[in-house]
Design a protein around this ligand. Structure first.
Ligand SMILES: C[S@@+](CC[C@H](N)C(=O)[O-])C[C@H]1O[C@@H](n2cnc3c(N)ncnc32)[C@H](O)[C@@H]1O
Length: 211
């Protein structure tokens, strides 16, 4: 049922610009985990409603989501962080040839180590967490101080292909990761200062705002 709905929605989504279609294909061929189509489309629509001036993204990969956000929100600036050198270089290449470089600044480094740089780059109206799933809680705690008072936090992959609701997972590695995501979801949903809603779109999108 879920898969059929997902396929149905995807079939209705309009064709993206050639550079985005090309990047989607590249991601598929090179195993780069970019956002799922229904997930990015939902995120873009919510961002259009929110209208942020500045977005901070943790997890650039090849620049797909940053470029989709910049393209959908022409008056928005995006700072995005990527630790993998090859992906960072690919992102720079894609952003430059798309002509969106005036809107997007890519930082090369581990988000757990370069947080100090945000002092000069923030405040941000939106924080998009889409990097190592086991570190979500740390990213949230480290980067929310750089949000404006009404800033919104978007976290991708919180349903992790539905595995968060599975009772038994064979692979130990996956089981540990799911445990961390479940812990993050519970922590987030019970946060004293933020109210969160989990939207079952794409790989699961959590949207948090200050109470
Ligand atoms: C799911 S991909 C990002 C996809 C991208 N947001 C998109 O939809 O086009 C996650 C990326 O985060 C990067 N990453 C993971 N942990 C990180 C960290 N601590 N600091 C910076 N980048 C990190 C990975 O190298 C990977 O390229």
């Amino acid at each position: 049922m879920q898969d059929r709905i997902h396929t149905y929605i995807e079939s209705l989504i309009q064709k993206r610009k050639p550079i985005f279609v090309e990047m989607e294909q590249y991601a598929l061929e090179h195993d780069v985990p970019i956002m799922e189509l229904t997930g990015i489309e939902a995120l873009l629509q919510i961002l259009r409603i929110q209208g942020p001036t500045k977005i901070l993204e943790i997890g650039t990969a090849i620049g797909y989501s940053a470029m989709r956000m910049a393209d959908a929100l022409p008056n928005t600036n995006i700072v995005t962080i990527e630790r993998d050198e090859e992906r960072f270089n690919e992102a720079i290449h894609n952003i430059t040839r798309s002509g969106l470089d005036h809107q997007i600044k890519v930082l090369h480094g581990d988000a757990l180590e370069i947080v100090e740089q945000m002092k000069d780059l923030g405040p941000f109206d939106a924080l998009f967490i889409d990097a190592a799933k086991g570190q979500y809680l740390k990213f949230f705690e480290m980067y929310t101080p750089f949000l404006s008072h009404d800033g919104i936090i978007y976290t991708d992959n919180v349903l992790f292909k539905g595995l968060v609701a599975e009772e038994y997972i064979e692979s130990k590695r996956t089981r540990n990761l799911v445990k961390k995501i479940n812990h993050y979801n519970e922590w987030l949903m019970n946060h004293n200062e933020y109210i969160t809603s989990i939207i079952p779109v794409g790989d699961g999108l959590a949207i948090s705002k200050r109470k």
